[in-house]
Design a protein around this ligand. Sequence first.
Ligand SMILES: *[C@@H]1O[C@H](CO)[C@@H](O)[C@H](O)[C@H]1NC(C)=O
Ligand SMILES: *[C@@H]1O[C@H](CO)[C@@H](O)[C@H](O)[C@H]1NC(C)=O
Length: 504
Amino acid sequence: MKLIFCITLVIISNVCSTRISKTTKPNIVFILIDDLGYNDVSYHGSEIKTPNIDELARDGVRLENYYVQPICTPTRSQLLSGRYQIHTGLQHSYIRPAQPLCLPTNLPTFADKLREAGYATHAIGKWHLGHYKKDCLPRQRGFDSFFGYLTGSEDYWTHHRPGDGILPNSNHWLGMDLWDNERVAWEYVGNYSVFVFTDKIQQIVNKHPEEQPLLLYLPFQSVHAPLQVPSSYEERYKNIKNMNRRIYAGMMSCLDEAIGKVVQTLKKRDLWDNTVLIFSTDNGGEVAAGGNNWPLRGWKRSLWEGGMRGVGFVTSPLLPDSVQGTVNKELIHVSDWFPTLVQGLAGSSLGNVTLDGFNMWKTISSNASSPRKELLHNIDPWPNQPKEFSSNISAAIRVGHWKLLTGDPGANNGEWIPVPDSGITAISPIKINGKDTWLFNITADPYEYHDLSTSHPEVVDELMDKLKKYYVDSVPVQYPEEVEEANPAFHDGLWGTPWQWKAE
Ligand SMILES: *[C@@H]1O[C@H](CO)[C@@H](O)[C@H](O)[C@H]1NC(C)=O
Ligand SMILES: *[C@@H]1O[C@H](CO)[C@@H](O)[C@H](O)[C@H]1NC(C)=O
């Protein structure tokens, strides 16, 4: 086992690489949780019980300086492509159900590269990387199979959703969105998505030929709004008075059980010993929908730490004993998974692909220092898109210990919100009108209490210069108007019959 690990780890070395055969490539299971807050797993001290997640985290390497993006599409776009949003045009917001927009189809995904490397590639869950034309869909983006939904959220039981209300009357555009490859999965109307997805995952694992390496990309619907869960899970949390928090806690328990089942199934098939499991949230918790990020500042949709500092860990019997059960404090970002999986785990070359991510496998498996010294959180100049960067543009960058925020960071004023009924009082910062620059030493002050922008103007200047350079290197924001053609009424009551749209 450890020998195989050595082989995958030091893949670059000729001694080892000559002994690689297809079957020694590790299976990769990537679990992406939707809207999981920093304070919503018990191993971070939450009142929500997540025994299966905790056990996996406890045996693995917990990433405690790990960043994602503040919302759904951005994190998924960077995970799949290894590119910052300034290089994909997806800097602004998320892909709306009726928007003719997707992750640029000229960019390879990590699934493309793993498929080239011989992996069977399966995606089960939420896509949210665009669906207006066939080239945008999962099976055109490196996945052998897809079971799930294409838009950003929907009802957990009916698998229907309305439009988002931006086009007139579109909040009445009700459409079904659950797909088994290109077929509508009508038979699951009325079945809770966690159970449906877990069944599908188990079927794939049970049928998988063991001589082929396996990629399971598992972007669960949980625990995004709407707050819905079978009542037996909610009943476990009778002690939680706040209704949103109580249902959310039940959703986490249901998800935790599902993750336990997936791991059990891999173990039963004898695939687990050769599996690397990565667990990540897609962004911070949504405080208005049950999530919590205490003691971090802000929440989902913001460039404060509560929006982006993610729950994440890597666990595997292939990890050396020396790192099993440890906490890793190296700077790691969601864009780093592409090269980490493709180079670090599958041992493939990146070829001509340009990336913003770094191969973190040595950092994770031997606690080597992170190759990442800098992290562009985002620059979103929508809608003005001026020629030059200035501090009224919403942006954030991390360089070493320092983090600079400019423009509107989101989440109102960036309050610190405790768990409801915890007896702790929310903290509101003093609002200064017109303020558009903040500087924090995140290592010393991870909760962003002490703005140092006036005491360290030289650091502000240095980071501002870096933002200016990144801005010059950006592609224009793509954020087209939604189109009437997307109305499910024109497509047999379905979202995502994309090849019928005439949006281009
Ligand atoms: C949907 O759920 C019902 C009730 O739990 C179950 O009997 C049925 O088998 C499920 N349908 C499918 C297709 O899994
Ligand atoms: C990169 O390599 C792939 C094949 O590996 C090729 O199809 C593609 O055209 C190349 N792209 C560029 C920009 O050279």
